[in-house]
Design a binder for this molecule. Sequence first.
Ligand SMILES: NC(=O)c1ccc[n+]([C@@H]2O[C@H](COP(=O)([O-])OP(=O)(O)OC[C@H]3O[C@@H](n4cnc5c(N)ncnc54)[C@H](O)[C@@H]3O)[C@@H](O)[C@H]2O)c1
Length: 251
Amino acid sequence: MRRLEGKLAVVTGAANGIGRASALRFASEGANLAIIDMEEEGLAVTADKAREAGATVLTITANCTDEDVVADAFKRIYAEAGFVDILMNNVGQSARQRASEFYASSSEVWRFVLEVSLMSTLISSRQVVPAMREAGKGKIVNVASNAGLAGEVGLSEYAAAKMGVIGFTRSLARELAPFRVNVNAICPGVTKTRIIGNISEDILEKIRQSIPLGFFAEPEDIAATAAFLASEDSRYMTGQSVVVDGGRWMV
Ligand SMILES: NC(=O)c1ccc[n+]([C@@H]2O[C@H](COP(=O)([O-])OP(=O)(O)OC[C@H]3O[C@@H](n4cnc5c(N)ncnc54)[C@H](O)[C@@H]3O)[C@@H](O)[C@H]2O)c1
């Protein structure tokens, strides 16, 4: 399928995992890319693979929680690559090694998780929304989590941030619907990226048993949904949070 032929897609957090798989899927469907990440090396790997698939690729090493840095990144994108047809806000993470149940948690960790998993989405979206409104087209795909829907022990601030992403998605979708800009979110379940190295085998096994389909997602499973939401195939969907978690949370 070449549903994204000639479109420019910006993917944040594209040096690894779901972001890399989505960038590569977009490239394989004909999109050109501007990819942003803090990790320069991983970004270069993604860029090389996307170029092999025929995409032109602009790489930008940047911290997506820093508003000024992100504004500069998008200035470059508009100058060098033109109108952003698709923005995938993929940057985000839990407290990982610093995760704890709420009674033992600290505001420093909450702030870190809210910045990286919620503020980053608002910051990048703010850069593309004026141009999308004016052009009367565009797709924004936000990466939330099924943790935002179901809640997760030890991940309260992460679940709060991801529910925040869902609320933001719904509100922005309403604001932009008159301009034919679609804004949707994906709620992945456990996906086989480097992050699952932070979860003990015991807990992973418990989670696996709670998944009706009985296995964890590959990053490409999430990328397939991202490509759908980035394409005209989903033109009649906006404000949705598409759950891709093997049936763990059924809407
Ligand atoms: N893997 C899962 O099980 C899972 C489940 C649900 C939701 N998610 C969400 O999917 C998204 C991607 O997760 P992943 O598992 O692929 O993680 P990952 O760590 O493999 O990839 C995330 C990428 O984002 C980059 N990044 C992190 N903070 C950044 C910042 N401030 N500025 C720029 N780049 C930054 C990292 O360098 C990395 O390349 C996240 O939003 C995550 O919360 C993941």
